[in-house]
Design a protein around this ligand. Structure first.
Ligand SMILES: [Zn+2]
Length: 314
């Protein structure tokens, strides 16, 4: 059955009707009373990205204002981001949408096209993003562990799957109401983006920030959140005991190698609340915290994200 879409922009409505249900004689023009109430301000959607020049590993905020409520998506650099509702403009004429974009630590520098699409996949707007190179150091790590038997490998695969699922935020609202803070006050021992060689072989870049914290030290939640995953992992798992926090609107954070957990799945935690304790579980050469921040499932530099969140509340 063929579908017709009739968009009544000024009402913010989209009506869907099948051709067979519409009598042939029905006029498809708007009643004049509605047409004459059209405000003089532009109803065209407006898109902004800040900043539009982003260093590898850092982040940007994408904003859209539209008179039509809907499910909007942004496509850029191989990512497809769903925009979250973010209130209305002061005049109440437009709906606001927001998404946070993480630029991968090894994304090729250069220009990228941004496509803003409506829920039917129609391109509403285009914009540009420039990615500039970051400065990253290199680290050589030696770590040897015995190979896993099939049963152990299956257990690790199941554990890793729960981590992958927790990486994506499912909370529509932003739960934070002030800038993010550091989870521990200690020296950084490995920066985000560090190029790593494991036993002499390139093993990708470091997706989080490591802190040289003493064993048993309490780890604080950097912002309000819902606990998406809090789990003791088997001794075969590289992550060790893991917590994933969902801060809302696509923002999540991870804590691994912990000795002990202080929260459980589904708990609501406040900024500054203890979520777990420093340890050296998993693939770890000594007590430390690996802290990772993810925007829509993509890693970003947590230190840069803190500065980014501070600017938002200035
Ligand atoms: Zn790490």
């Amino acid at each position: 059955m063929k579908q017709f879409l009739i968009g009544l922009g000024i009402l913010g409505l989209t009506l869907t009707a099948s051709a067979q249900e519409l009598p042939q004689t029905t006029p498809t023009v708007m009643p004049s009373s509605l047409a004459s109430s059209e405000p003089s301000v532009s109803l065209a959607p407006v898109f902004t990205i800040a900043p539009n020049k982003v260093v590898q590993g850092q982040s940007a905020e994408l904003n859209l204002q539209s008179s039509q409520p809907g499910k909007y998506k942004v496509e850029v650099a191989g990512q497809s981001l769903l925009m979250f509702e973010n209130g209305q403009t002061e005049a109440g004429k437009k709906h606001k949408y927001r998404a946070f974009l993480a630029i991968k630590g090894d994304l090729k520098p250069g220009g990228y096209t941004i496509l803003v699409k409506d829920e039917n996949g129609q391109v509403l707007l285009k914009d540009k993003l420039e990615v500039v190179p970051g400065a990253f150091s290199t680290q050589y790590i030696r770590f040897v562990r015995p190979p896993l038997n099939p049963e152990q490998a299956a257990l690790v695969a199941e554990e890793d799957k729960s981590v992958d699922e927790a990486r994506i935020s499912r909370t529509e609202q932003a739960l934070w109401d002030s800038p993010f803070i550091l989870p521990v006050p200690h020296r950084m021992s490995a920066a985000y983006g560090t190029r790593r060689y494991l036993n002499g072989k390139y093993n990708g870049y470091h997706s989080g920030v490591d802190f040289a914290s003493p064993h048993g030290y309490p780890i604080k939640s950097p912002a309000n959140a819902i606990v998406a995953l809090a789990r003791y992992f088997s001794k075969y798992n590289s992550n060790g005991n893991t917590i994933f926090l969902d801060h809302g609107q696509g923002v999540t954070s991870v804590y691994i190698h912990m000795s002990k957990l202080a929260v459980k799945n589904g708990d609501r935690v406040k900024k500054g609340q203890t979520i777990g304790y420093i340890g050296t579980t998993g693939r770890s050469t000594g007590p430390h915290l690996h802290w990772g921040v993810y925007l829509n499932g993509h890693n970003t530099d947590g230190m840069s994200w803190i500065r980014f969140s501070e600017r938002a509340f200035r």
